[in-house]
Design a protein around this ligand. Structure first.
Ligand SMILES: Nc1ncnc2c1ncn2[C@@H]1O[C@H](COP(=O)(O)OP(=O)(O)OP(=O)(O)O)[C@@H](O)[C@H]1O
Ligand SMILES: [Mg+2]
Length: 406
């Protein structure tokens, strides 16, 4: 038997865990496909008309979709395909196959080909076959099924940068080798430079039709958030201005709907954690800090050791150096303390530029008259966040500890 005291703990804990603000938090997650996608009517219309031949068993044009991150590319493509499948079933049409592949997860030719075969009900061992063999299996299966297959290659730039464009070349040519079936490709990317990397022949066949997804402005983001919020939150828990604030922050960061939704979700989580029954602007402010901190931690984790040491030198100096030379002196001390070999000052200067591109530091060129030009280097995030992120690395953590001990 549980003592009554323990029962109270259980009851208390459950009560605290009970959602205070959310009806359904999942609605705010990035992979949730909403019932309606405001401000994407034009893209939905265009994509639907391009893909409409599918319902008659005919091959649609290949489509290339470009737009910055969080502009609804993945959501729109999944949404339209899902609706077309529903329609197809309703009309009793011949049906088509569709295969959605996120090339960031499946970034080898082999993996992509294997997914295609699996969509058609075939099986491919995890390794062992030649890609030519997997491709042959794909063709044979599709041909024996005699349907059109639409292949979505999302984040297609990951595939091409890892594996080259050979698969794209084959996929855009495969129709010449098929008689009873056909293939269409939808390629999606947020990489502006992607097209330049392609072989011109692949480029022209991939972009039979091109769709561009422009970034959302603050008003559009507000509309998007409002629809999602109505399902995600209990009625009346969003304080005035919360949606608009999330939208304006995300609009400044190139109109990214994912960012706006994340802000709103995390703000709700913070309110809940604090036991508040209303989500307020101050929760969004906290959410923004939390998200930024997580992003910094993620980026810093993946940096090479010397880049981390450069960041640490700047952090320990109070967040700023007035010249690369001063930074170099401190960096060298840290390297020595670790018993490693320093890289050259030239290299440190390049590292600073790399860190600047990642948004971790800002570097301002200052003219010091006859002393020439120098770079003023500052941390772009606060000291605690940076030291916490760096301390993920055990050797650096021990350096920090020694430094503080001094
Ligand atoms: N018009 C919209 N209405 C409702 N939600 C939207 C809309 N546009 C985007 N979203 C939501 O924003 C998030 C990001 O959208 P999505 O994943 O489609 O972006 P993306 O363009 O594919 O970005 P990336 O290039 O980073 O893959 C998703 O949760 C999506 O549901
Ligand atoms: Mg996407």
């Amino acid at each position: 038997m549980m003592s009554s005291n323990n029962r109270d703990i259980v009851a208390d804990t459950l009560l605290k865990l009970e959602n205070t603000v959310f009806l359904n938090r999942e609605v705010l997650r990035p992979d949730y496909i909403p019932e309606s996608l405001p401000h994407r009517e034009e893209q939905i219309r265009q994509l639907t008309s391009v893909l409409a031949p599918l319902l008659k068993g005919e091959r649609p044009s290949n489509v290339f979709i470009y737009g910055l991150t969080g502009t609804g590319k993945t959501a729109v493509v999944k949404y339209v395909l899902r609706r077309l499948e529903e329609y197809g079933r309703g009309f009793g049409s011949r049906g088509f196959f569709s295969c959605y592949i996120n090339c960031r997860n499946d970034d080898t030719t082999y993996r992509v080909m294997a997914s295609l075969v699996e969509t058609l009900g075939g099986r491919v061992p995890f390794t062992g076959l030649s890609t030519a063999e997997v491709f042959r299996r794909f063709k044979n299966r599709l041909e024996s099924l005699g349907r059109v297959m639409i292949i979505v290659l999302d984040e297609i730039d990951s595939l091409v940068s890892r594996a080259g464009d050979e698969l794209l070349y084959r996929l855009t040519r495969v129709n010449d080798e098929l008689s009873r079936s056909k293939v269409s490709v939808i390629g999606i990317t947020n990489d502006v430079k992607f097209m330049e990397k392609l072989d011109p022949r692949v480029k022209s066949s991939l972009s039979e039709v091109e769709l561009v997804f422009p970034p959302y402005d603050a008003i559009q983001l507000s509309d998007i958030l409002r629809e999602r919020a109505a399902k995600a939150f209990k009625p009346g828990v969003l304080d005035e201005g919360v949606i608009e604030y999330c939208a304006s922050v995300a609009a400044k960061e190139h109109g990214d709907a994912r960012r706006a939704l994340d802000l709103l979700r995390v703000a709700g989580e913070i309110a809940e954690r604090l036991g508040d029954r209303v989500v307020k602007v101050e929760h969004v402010v906290k959410a923004r800090e939390e998200i930024e901190r997580d992003m910094v931690i993620d980026v810093v984790k993946t940096l090479p050791q010397h880049s981390k040491l450069v960041l640490l030198a700047i952090a320990l100096a109070g967040g700023r150096f007035d010249s690369t030379g001063d930074l170099y002196v401190s960096y060298r001390e840290l390297v020595k303390a670790l018993g490693s070999e320093p890289v050259t000052q030239r290299r440190v200067s390049d590292i600073v530029s790399e860190l600047e591109m990642l948004g971790l530091v800002t570097a301002k060129v200052v003219n010091r008259g006859r002393y020439g030009k120098t770079r003023q280097i500052s941390l772009a995030t606060d000291y605690n966040t940076m030291v916490k992120a760096l301390s993920d690395d055990a050797r650096i953590a021990s350096l920090v500890k020694n430094y503080r001990g001094r």
